[in-house]
Design a protein. Structure first.
Length: 602
């Protein structure tokens, strides 16, 4: 029996499938649509568009021999082709240019001629320069810095005005003036514009100019020609005198406004710091002023029930203690001002003073990590608020609390099942990453279940304490993550919040003593896929995604710390040890960079 040949499906051809036959209902609907379209009256825009389309189609179509006009022209001797005897002559008629504007004949040509002459004059007068990339970046940076300095300067002069105006109001209260000064004019009564501090004089001048504009509009709307009562009140005499000060020459103000915004900001910041003990960057006054005011009013005998003294005290305390209304905010502000290297000791001291703030402070303040040794495995692990229950900490190696806690609480706090399996795998991967990148130190990872998904934290710590010029150093990174799985478990949403605590110190004869400490927090969110359908493959996908996000975040934060902490510290130390101004140093760096870029291009 002969072997049957296999069908070649790749070379088979398939005919087009016949279209579905139109039903009576579909035909009725189609006819109704066509009838409605034919009965619709087109708009003017549609008619104009149809006319333009018909005209362009007619102009683009050549007249054929069947046209009656072409036949008559042929009888009179007309022949197609080019004009004249030359074969390269025009074969198409001159196109019509429809004029749809109101300009006169030749207006467009005149405009083109003027533009062409202006361009030629520009090319003759100045040579066109190629914009270098570095020059563009430098110019953009300077413009951004100028805009930023301008905004900060306006805010600083408003603060300066408020502080000086507040002291003036306190003096008026001391003198027994009970008048309400909340609705004070742009320039106080009896004061001249030149008598105001020049540092915030532009602010008052701007307000006076706005008042002058409003006054002019008011006078225009209420002029004598539009009034029927025939009267004219003289209430604006004092106001007009203040407005007239805008026309007076003010060389001091002109000299001040000739400065750049950065220089103006520097002068205002110095005035606030030296005269009012105020920090623009923290928006707070110096604690020495706060303590001095507290001692001053504590020593004051208020048993006389003097309302004047009470009002003055309340006013000064309100001005000096803006951040002390909430003890929690005051504690955070105090910790920000103290050295970051001793945050743990300072935190313990504040908690001993205010035990009611313990839970809020422990959950809000980032402190350096501590470590303990697991009694069962003999390995070190890191301690944080996420593996703590009272004074006990859970070891990721033995999955038990040390010292032991109540069994009922342990059943709720100790993970099991898939969460524990992912925790063990994640600890193994984190341990390998730590050995490769940190070459030592301690790492730990903790996971716990949530209602929808799970959460966890990845910790790294490395400390170096050596004598000599190398000094000491500490690195603590805390990566808190939250994972929400999709219903199909084919993807998951990851939210990562990372905090790095850096503490460096060096003491030598060359630099004497230098400390650099602080913390940095960043956050990111991603939707990442999960490969595989089995439970083990999904767990492995979670561990891979978490490890990749933590590694990327660590790299970005290390680069940012390298630029912010060490770069700025180098500039500050170099500026302190050099008599050359920092602006000149930056100018020399820019010139050096420009020379290097030109050498590379050459």
């Amino acid at each position: 029996m002969a072997e049957e040949e296999d069908d070649d499906y790749l070379s088979m051809s398939f005919g087009e499938a016949p279209g579905a036959k139109e039903t009576s209902l579909q035909r009725t609907v189609r006819l109704k649509k066509e009838a409605a379209e034919r009965g619709r009256v087109p708009s003017k825009a549609e008619l104009r568009e149809r006319e333009e389309l018909a005209r362009e189609t007619a102009l683009a179509t050549a007249i054929d021999d069947s046209n009656k006009g072409a036949k008559m022209m042929a009888k009179m001797g007309f022949k197609g082709g080019a004009l004249g005897k030359s074969e390269n002559a025009r074969t198409q008629p001159i196109e019509l240019q429809i004029k749809d504007d109101r300009g006169g004949i030749g207006m467009d040509s005149e405009k083109k001629r003027k533009v062409r002459e202006a361009a030629e004059a520009t090319e003759v007068g100045t040579k066109r320069q190629k914009v270098d990339l570095e020059d563009f970046r430098e110019r953009s940076r300077v413009e951004r810095e100028e805009l930023r300095s301008e905004g900060m300067w306006w805010g600083a002069i408003k603060v300066l005005e408020g502080l000086e105006d507040g002291e003036g109001r306190a003096e008026r209260v001391d003198q027994g003036d009970d008048e309400d000064h909340d609705d004070a004019p742009a320039l106080p009564k009896g004061n001249k514009l030149k008598d105001v501090n020049v540092l915030y004089r532009p602010l008052l001048k701007q307000r006076l100019e706005k008042d002058r504009g409003r006054k002019m509009r008011y006078d225009l709307n209420n002029s004598l020609s539009t009034r029927n009562d025939g009267s004219d009140s003289g209430d604006g005499t004092t106001f007009d005198k203040r407005i007239e000060q805008l026309e007076d020459e003010d060389p001091e103000l002109d000299e001040y406004e000739a400065l750049s915004f950065a220089e103006r900001l520097e002068r205002v910041v110095t005035e606030l710091r030296e005269k009012h003990h105020y920090c623009v960057w923290c928006n707070l006054r110096d604690r020495r002023s706060v303590v001095g005011a507290a001692l001053k009013w504590a020593a004051l005998d208020l048993r006389s029930n003097s309302s004047l003294e009470l009002d003055k005290r309340d006013f000064e305390l309100k001005q000096l203690l803006p951040s002390m209304a909430d003890p929690f905010d005051a504690a955070l502000d105090l910790l920000r001002r103290l050295p970051p290297s001793s945050t743990q000791q300072n935190l313990n001291g504040i908690i001993s003073l205010r035990p009611d703030l313990e839970e809020d402070l422990l959950s809000s303040v980032d402190v350096a990590l501590t470590s303990k040794r697991c009694s069962q495995s003999g390995r070190d692990y890191l301690c944080c608020d996420y593996n703590r229950d009272g004074n006990s900490y859970r070891s990721p190696w033995s999955n038990s609390f040390e010292p032991p806690i109540d069994p009922e609480d342990a059943a709720d706090l100790i993970p099991g099942g898939r969460v524990r399996r992912m925790e063990e795998t994640l600890n193994q991967g984190v341990d390998v990453y730590r050995e490769l990148y940190y070459e030592g130190g301690i790492s730990s990872a903790y996971l716990w279940a949530l209602d929808e998904g799970f959460a966890g934290v990845v910790l790294f710590k490395k400390s170096v304490s050596e004598g000599g010029a190398r000094g000491r150093g500490g690195w603590d990174s805390i990566h808190v993550l939250e994972v929400n799985e999709s219903a199909t478990k084919r993807s998951a949403h990851y939210k990562l919040t990372s905090t790095v605590i850096l503490d460096l110190g060096m003491q030598s004869a060359a630099v004497d003593s230098l400390e650099l400490a602080g913390n940095l927090t960043r956050q990111t969110q991603q939707d990442l896929p999960l490969s595989g359908l089995r439970e083990a493959e999904v767990e492995q996908g979670h561990v891979i995604n978490i490890g990749r996000m933590v590694e990327d975040m660590e790299t970005r934060m290390r680069n940012l710390l390298q630029e912010v902490y060490f770069g700025k510290a180098k500039d500050v130390v170099g500026d302190l040890r050099s008599i050359q101004p920092l602006s000149e140093v930056e100018g020399e760096r820019a010139a050096h960079k420009e020379a290097i870029s030109k050498m590379n291009r050459g």
